[in-house]
Design a protein around this ligand. Sequence first.
Ligand SMILES: CC(C)(COP(=O)(O)OP(=O)(O)OC[C@H]1O[C@@H](n2cnc3c(N)ncnc32)[C@H](O)[C@@H]1OP(=O)(O)O)[C@@H](O)C(=O)NCCC(=O)NCCS
Length: 384
Amino acid sequence: MAYKDFNIRSYNGLIDKGRVEDLERRCAVGPAEHVFFIDTMGDPICRIRNSPMYNMLVAELNNELVGVIQGSIKQVTVRKYLAKVGYVLGLRVSSTHRHKGIGSSLVHHLVRWFVANQADYAYMATDKDNHASINLFAKLGFVRFRTPAILVHPVNNSSFHLSPNIKIAKLKVEQAEFLYRKFMGSVEFFPHDIDKVLGNKLSLGTWVAYPRGQTWCDQFGIGGGQVIPNSWAMVSVWNSTQVYKLRIGKQTVSCFLYKMYSRLIHKLFPCFELSEIPDFLEPFGFYFMYGVHQEGPGSGKMVRALCKYVHNMARKAQECKVLVTEVGGENKMKLYIPHWKLLSCSEDLWCIKALKNEERNSPLHEMTKSPATRPPLFVDPREV
Ligand SMILES: CC(C)(COP(=O)(O)OP(=O)(O)OC[C@H]1O[C@@H](n2cnc3c(N)ncnc32)[C@H](O)[C@@H]1OP(=O)(O)O)[C@@H](O)C(=O)NCCC(=O)NCCS
């Protein structure tokens, strides 16, 4: 059969919903040692529907649905300028129909949609060991440009102790927007519609931490003055438990080792609360901490306090088994974010492609030429 016999078209919920879900459920993502599956809980477009513009394409071969891809478009900061970027995600090809050019063709069609909507760049993220995906995108002209770390911490039954010297306060959406635009507005990939992100019902809130005894008074506070402590940190929380569930593949070595390790500890120390460790072989949900920011000396411990606070909050949400965050590769902030190395990914590989004619010293050239100086990156919770 000629490979070109497959057909690519837009997703149609009426006829494709069940088939896309089935493909997603069957399609392991990632290299053998980090395999996971996504359960979209009856809504295959759950991962893109919160973006300002989105699209899903499917590939069919003899009436069988053999591939799927999703994409979203938004405006972000790129090298201090506003740019329109298309994000590629959820690329899946049925294991029985791989190596027929279906994956490449899906990406190609999605990129055409980006171009038709005047996007300046297309980008994607993948596990640094997912060679199939990396090779495919490299062939289509995508280049590596960032390797942020994904940090994961399980939600335990017991609470973290919070320092009495640190005050934690929840902000109003407009206060959070003001702070993000002021302090993170020029960070790479900062979303222009941050107000929509913060105002989304999945965004549970934004919290700041600062030394107790000091005053926090921005222009939204009573009195109208502006006094912000020298050292402070902020974080926002996205409730991904309402979007999709994750299931780690049985063959995932790290998970297997983790299970063995926990059983061993249980045998040695039966009184130790091992029920606190979630079962990652069952589908589980997570909270995503986004927009983590710190200012001033000593703000690392404010970041840590916020993470602990969010952990304690997540304990009350039955479906939330882990906390996840993603921070720029060179970012020292990860030293302050509690995480388990075993569950985390030190390098999530982001690749990018310019969709318009680029000159030398263009933003793309600037972004990719010097991996040693990696500025911080804003990871949009809508794209997790
Ligand atoms: C990655 C994936 C979509 C590729 O789909 P596909 O239809 O087989 O890809 P294509 O046939 O278009 O391959 C295009 C190129 O990608 C590369 N590639 C594809 N599969 C590969 C593999 N297993 N190992 C190494 N390179 C591979 C090759 O360079 C290939 O070109 P070639 O055929 O000239 O050698 C598919 O393997 C898949 O669904 N994997 C599981 C889900 C996943 O990991 N998705 C990516 C998440 S970002």
